[in-house]
Write a protein that binds this ligand. Structure first.
Ligand SMILES: [Zn+2]
Length: 60
């Protein structure tokens, strides 16, 4: 089973779909994607948004 995070589930106008084996790995990929494609510094993401990101993670 894989962990999947769709950027558009976070309200971004983006069709990127991230997949990883673990939540930890997925959050790392999400941080890289946010930084590279959305210009968002992962270190500047508040805990409330991080909670939203975690809630949007699906098992597939
Ligand atoms: Zn995106």
């Amino acid at each position: 089973m894989a962990k999947v995070l769709r950027c558009k589930d976070l309200g971004m106008g983006c069709t990127k779909e991230l997949r990883a084996e673990t939540e930890e790995e997925l959050l790392k990929l999400a941080a890289e994607h946010a930084e590279k494609d959305h210009g968002i510094q992962a270190s500047s993401i508040p805990p409330s948004i991080l909670a939203m990101v975690k809630a949007a993670i699906r098992d597939e």
